[in-house]
Design a protein around this ligand. Structure first.
Ligand code: BT5
Length: 329
């Protein structure tokens, strides 16, 4: 697209003036056509200054869009395509509709803002504009439904790798689907799927990942202020959202395709285990039929959490049925 060729040229000489005539000659279009494309780029958020009688100058601009994510991507499947929405109810809901309507394997749905971001069991995931990355990946894998839980575990490792790569600090994982920094929640993962009735095979899966990148405490609603945090709040590093989305998609592809999920289960579970932050500690297991105290021992080869109850039994917990609370000290 001519527009992005103009942008590339300006970017190569960021902060310098490039004449309209040069841009027009390079691309074989009129100066008026260049000017129209510049207006369009400005409306996308690029800070391009028009310098009278000289040309155009691009200043450093942080634009969050399908183009900005895609141009950073070096993947074969994941993120092809990226669908970018300024606002949506939930990227998972949107991706599930794509799943039902023939959407492509690997499609990433990214939103700047979700009005009804979802957590597990109808819980809400706060998704304010400007500070977080909310994205869902549509997959059409040849998997049994029993493998779905492992995709969530794998994704937690993907998130940890991504945060570490971009800010140098490795987060911890709270079994099963939460990523934490300094004891507060940074990211939640929600995997949903549609099952083919007869075979029990997955028809499609949607992996939703919501990460707080740059919020400060006052940006979170009162109810979660004490439990939620962001990369910026904990490390002082301000990550560009397009950088984060692209690295996340890239790391997802590495674990899911390059390393062949689910055959690589043992290796990512090893990383997952190393990142878990409450092994050996006393926790409260909250289930549908009440709650009990136990010690978290380990996770098994299926990613189930093994706990020892007060009467000495070992229970293997599946994610769907329970949640975990750290014991108050
Ligand atoms: C999750 O559920 O944490 C899964 C969140 C998945 C969100 C992504 S965003 C893209 C995609 N589209 C969606 O609609 N969803 C996915 P759960 O483990 O059930 O945790 C929910 C709980 O986390 C809430 O009850 C709050 O206590 C807390 N919470 C809500 N918003 C939060 C936030 N922004 N940061 C940290 N904690 C939050």
């Amino acid at each position: 697209m001519i527009k992005y060729k103009i942008l590339d040229t300006l970017r190569q000489r960021e902060g310098m003036v490039v004449s309209g005539g040069e841009l027009a000659n390079r691309l074989g279009v009129s100066r008026t056509a260049v000017w129209k494309q510049i207006l369009s780029l400005q409306s996308e958020g690029y800070q391009i200054e028009s310098v009278p009688n000289k040309g155009y100058r691009l200043q450093k601009s942080e634009v969050y869009s399908a183009y900005e994510i895609t141009r950073r991507l070096n993947t074969q499947i994941i993120g092809h395509p990226v669908i970018f929405l300024e606002e949506v109810d939930s990227t998972n809901t949107y991706a599930k509709k794509l799943g039902t309507n023939g959407g492509e394997n690997g499609t990433a749905v990214v939103a700047a803002h979700q009005t009804s971001g979802k957590g597990r069991m109808e819980r809400k995931f706060e998704s304010p504009e400007g500070d977080g990355v909310y994205l869902s990946i549509l997959l059409r894998p040849k998997l049994q439904v029993s493998d779905i839980n492992s995709i969530t575990l794998m994704t937690a490792v993907v998130v940890s790798d991504t945060v570490e790569e971009l800010c140098g600090v490795r987060p911890s994982i709270k079994w099963t689907n939460d990523v934490y920094l300094n004891g507060k929640k940074l990211c939640g993962i929600l995997t949903e799927c549609s099952i083919e009735g007869e075979s029990g095979m997955v028809e499609y899966a949607v992996v939703g990942i919501g990460t707080n990148l740059r919020q400060v405490s006052g940006d979170f609603p009162e109810e979660i202020r004490d439990i939620a945090t962001s990369v910026f709040q904990e490390t002082g590093v301000r990550i560009d959202r397009a950088d984060y989305a692209a690295v996340l998609l890239q790391n997802f592809e590495r674990y899911f395709y390059t390393q062949h999920f689910p055959q690589n289960k043992a290796s990512f579970l090893e990383r997952y285990r190393n990142d878990l932050f409450f092994l050996g500690q006393e926790i409260t297991v909250v289930g549908l039929n009440g709650q009990y105290t136990a010690v978290a021992l380990d996770i098994d080869g299926e990613g189930r959490l093994l706990v020892r109850t007060e009467d000495g039994r070992t229970n293997a917990l599946n994610s769907g049925e329970i949640s975990i609370r750290m014991k108050e000290k």
